[in-house]
Design a protein around this ligand. Sequence first.
Ligand code: ZN
Length: 336
Amino acid sequence: MAKRRKRRTRRKKYPIRITFSQGIVFLLTAFCLVIGLRLGLNGQAAGGGFTWEDIYDVLGVSARPQGLENLPSDAQAVHFIDVGQADATLLQSGQEYCLVDAGEASSEEALLSYLDAQGITRLKLLVMSHPHADHIGSMQAVLEHVQVEQVLLPDFDKAPYPTTRTFEKVMDTIEEQNIPVVTAESGQEFSIGEATLSVLASGVETDNYNNLSQVLFYSAPGLRVMLTGDGETEVEEDALAHCELPRADVFKAAHHGSSTSNTLSFLQAIRPRYVVVSCGKDNSYGHPHKQALQNFAMVGAQVLRTDENGSVVIAAAEDGLQCYTASGSQQADSAA
Ligand SMILES: [Zn+2]
C-alpha cells in the first residue's frame, strides 16, 4: 500500500512523463506539421499530394536531378537549376562552367548547394542578363562563394542605370574582388572549355530592364543552347532583324514562359527540340502562359518545367541528347 501511494505521488509531481522514443515521435510530428503548414500556406498542397520536391522547396534545398552521377566529367551540358520563379542557368563544358543569372535572394541556399554538389569552385564567366532581383538576387553570394574569372554585364547605356540596393551590392562585390567586367555587345565570343558562348544581340534601347537581356548562343560539341533572359517581343524582333539565328537544341523559355515573349516567328527561326521553362510552382504571374505553351507545341518542342520537373539538365550524349530531371523522368532523344 505504501509503495502504491508513493508511485501515485510521483505521478502527480510529474504529470507529463515522456520517454526518449516518445520524444522522437513528438519531434517528427512537429516537423511534419511545420512542413505541412508551410506547404498549405504556399498553396502547394493544392496540386495533389506532396512530392520530395515540395519538401526540398520548403527546406530551401534544390533537388539534384536523378542519374546525374552518371554524367561524365567531360560532359557538355546545360543545367536549369530550380530556383523557383527566377533564373539560374549553368552552362558546362567538361570542367569549365558559365553561370547565367543567379536567382532570387531567397534561393541562395538552393543555388550554392547545387554548385557545391557539382564540385564547382570556379566560374569561367558569370553573366547578368538584366538587373532584376529574380536574376541577380543571389549573385553577390555566388561571387563570394566561388572564384569568378570574368563578368558579362548588360549594356546599361540602353536604359536608366539601376539603383537598387541588390544591384549596388553586386557591383560593389565585383569591384572589391577586382573581377574583369565586359559590357555585352553583339559579336562577342567567350570560350568555355570546348564550347563557345556568343552574344548574338545585346538588348534594345528601353526603360524596361527585361529588354536589356542579351541573346546568347552556347555552342558545345553535340549541344546548342539559346538563352534570351527575360527579353520580350522587342528583343526577339531585333534578333530576327539583325542576326542570323542558328537552330538550337534547347531554348530557355524567355521571361519564364511569358506571353510577352516566345513569339512564334522567333521560335520558328531557332526550331528548338526542347524548351525549358524556369518558373515557380503556382506563381502569381501565370507563367508559363497558355499562348507561349501553344507556340512551343507549334514548333514541336518538348517542354520541361522547373516547377514540375525540378532542376533540369540536358547533356550531349553519343546518340543525341540526354535529359535528367529531379522528378526522375529521363528521355534519350536521337540527334535530328
Ligand atoms: Zn525574370
